[in-house]
Design a protein around this ligand. Structure first.
Ligand code: HEM
Length: 141
């Protein structure tokens, strides 16, 4: 169910740690600016043609992933997208390093710890699902 888009000062809380929608947007925006400058990760991200739209979708992804209410229609289908982008554990490690640096530059340490833990958990799940997806692809060959 969609509601209206949160204001920058609207909040969500994970455990007792609070994030504003504006903080989530700032982190996501800066993170993908860094990704576009990164010599390794900018390569798989060449599939993104509309960066403002990507940043908007991923801001929404994190907002709902951390417990906020959906406010726009977005369907995510990350496993095939990551598989075809060449997702692997080394790229994930690099992604998480840049993500951690970005979190530290914008947020309090307690917010950084919580958000990074969630990202690491998603990274582990993506790694497992990526391997399963790869086996399925190979069976179809
Ligand atoms: C925990 C780490 C990561 C998280 C939480 C994450 C999250 C996401 C999400 C939610 C999307 C949107 C998916 C959709 O539209 O269905 C996305 C897209 C994408 N991700 Fe990741 N990702 C992670 C790591 C990586 C890594 C390591 C790579 C390197 C290959 C990567 C490459 C991409 C690319 C290229 C897209 C854009 C696909 C497109 O729309 O063209 N991601 N990611």
């Amino acid at each position: 169910m969609s509601t209206s888009r949160p204001d920058a000062n609207d909040t969500l809380s994970v455990k007792d740690i609070t994030f504003t929608h504006g903080e989530i947007f700032k982190v996501v925006d800066d993170f993908y600016n860094r990704i576009q400058q990164d010599p390794v990760l900018k390569v798989p991200f060449q599939s993104v043609h509309d960066w403002p739209e990507h940043i908007d979708r991923i801001t929404h992804f994190w907002w709902i992933r951390m417990g906020g209410q959906a406010y726009q229609f977005s369907q995510y289908n990350p496993v095939p997208k990551h598989y075809f982008a060449g997702f692997n554990p080394e790229l994930l490690k690099r992604w998480l390093g840049i993500f951690n640096d970005t979190l530290k530059d914008h947020l309090e340490p307690s917010q950084t710890v919580v958000w990074l833990l969630i990202a690491e958990a998603i990274g582990r799940t993506l790694t497992i699902k990526n391997d399963l997806f790869e086996s399925e692809q190979k069976k179809g060959d």
